[in-house]
Ligand binder design. Sequence first.
Ligand code: CTP
Ligand code: MG
Length: 228
Amino acid sequence: MKYAVVIPAAGQGKRMGAGHNKQFLMLEDRPLIIHTVSVFEKDPNCAKIIVVANPSEITDMRVLFEKWNIKKVTNVLAGGKERQDSVYEGLKVLTEDEIVLVHDGARPFIEASRLKDLVQKASETGAAVLGVRMKDTVKRAAGGLVIETIDRSSLWAVQTPQAFRLPIVLEAYRRAEEQKIVGTDDTSLVEKMGHPVHIVEGGYDNIKLTTPEDMITAIGILQKRRGE
Ligand code: CTP
Ligand code: MG
């Protein structure tokens, strides 16, 4: 089934500490954002890619897409203050697409094979998110004191892409704006509407490049995929 993808890339990359937006950091031969968009460029089910960028970086992004022969990017839009604002800008330009994915520009290792199940689930149910089972034990604490240990068997670390039937996610974002709700991810806004969100099992490779250590892990993942 065909889908559109919104890729927010309008952050500052502060925790990466590179002094500029991490989307432009080189990961081996190409910038991070090119790794990410290339997955969708190659997926035959992806109909279009909407990239959301910092206003001052729109031209640089367009130049990169041209250089790397990325054809499916239909829009490079100006983002907003928070990730949620950037994603909303991207969603607003979509009208007739049935299924939309939202995927962080900073997650270059998403595998196309996972996208199929995710899109299928979103099409059946309205909202689905990729997640992996938590490996760590998680405790709730306050003031340095443990309050409880949370049963790990029920815990999932969610990732992106998060996939939706378009009218559902648009309504969730509209309500969030109206009610001034800020969610930590896209599906949380859909959950707040009372709409069920389904988890589709993803892979541990699908990391978000957030801090400098993640760049080392990223090189390892690329080497592993080449069989080195
Ligand atoms: N993002 C965005 N618009 C914002 C903030 C973030 O489009 N106002 C994007 C980032 O570019 C990234 C994704 O959302 O692809 C996930 O955000 P995060 O990993 O937090 O990236 P940054 O916000 O750039 O990093 P930091 O929080 O360390 O500054
Ligand atoms: Mg951020």
